[in-house]
Design a protein. Structure first.
Length: 118
């Protein structure tokens, strides 16, 4: 079965706009200045389709840097329909979501429609 988190991480890591900015499902132990994490936070599924709700977190050294990274990632998410199993991407929200006062982060919440048997 398709792991949409892993598939989306691989897709984003291949995008030239994110060269030098790691994308993963976990926060790297040695945090780079900028990075992106992808996490499934909910969604429903049927035997044939999955509708994962994903939190895509864009980390930076400043709120502005995290915001710019989130805007870039949102544009790339719209291309995720190029993944054969992904039929639709809907951005639910983008918000300033700092981990704490010293860790700037923006979060994109997106719902995908994924065909399970492709």
């Amino acid at each position: 079965m398709l792991s949409i988190e892993t598939t989306l991480v691989q897709f984003l890591n291949r995008q030239p706009e994110l060269t030098g900015i790691p994308v993963s499902t976990d926060v790297p132990p040695q945090r780079p200045e900028r990075f992106v994490t992808v996490e499934r936070v909910g969604g429903d599924e049927t035997p044939f389709t999955d509708h994962p709700m994903l939190a895509i977190q864009c980390w930076g050294t400043s709120r502005m840097q995290a915001s710019f990274l989130a805007q870039r990632v949102k544009t790339l998410l719209e291309r995720a329909t190029r993944i054969p199993a992904v039929a639709r991407v809907r951005i639910e929200s983008t918000l300033n979501d700092p981990l704490d006062e010293h860790t700037p982060r923006y979060q994109i919440t997106a719902e995908l429609t994924v065909h399970k048997h492709m």
